[in-house]
Design a protein around this ligand. Structure first.
Ligand SMILES: [Zn+2]
Ligand SMILES: [Zn+2]
Length: 131
């Protein structure tokens, strides 16, 4: 069998250790199967990192956007007090009683929703985290 020299590892290997490549004069790749495998592995690793970086970047920019929206909204609503129905929730000053843990927690520990953020989503954020 014909031997070829791999351009990557410089080993003199039998022809069948090289992938076929009809575009090459020799009819084989210039590097051996082992080097091709390594090359592919590195390529995947590299692209995995690139992909991860892209996702992280997207999250970062999205988070900024989100933060900015929140900031603007607070600016436009400086006196914002959630218009929740007194009868729907147990209030103690700025604290609301969580229906799950029974604790009075500051309103910032709840999500508000509905028209004029009228409703409080139960349970509190702390209970949600524990889910
Ligand atoms: Zn090689
Ligand atoms: Zn709770």
């Amino acid at each position: 069998m014909k031997h070829l020299t791999c351009t990557k590892c410089n080993l003199d290997l039998p022809e069948d250790q090289f992938h076929r490549d009809s575009s090459k004069e020799s009819g084989r790749k210039s590097y051996c199967k082992e080097c091709a495998r390594e090359y592919n592995r590195q390529w995947r690793e590299h692209n995995k990192e690139k992909h991860k970086a892209m996702i992280n970047h997207w999250r970062e920019t999205h988070r900024e956007e989100y933060r900015e929206q929140q900031r603007k909204w607070r600016e436009d609503n400086p006196d914002y007090v959630p218009e929740t129905d007194e009868n729907l929730y147990d209030w103690d000053g700025d604290n609301v009683r969580c229906r799950s843990c029974g604790e009075y927690r500051h309103k910032s520990l709840f999500y508000f929703y509905g028209p004029n953020k009228r409703y409080i989503q139960m349970p509190c954020k702390i209970c949600r985290k524990g889910e």
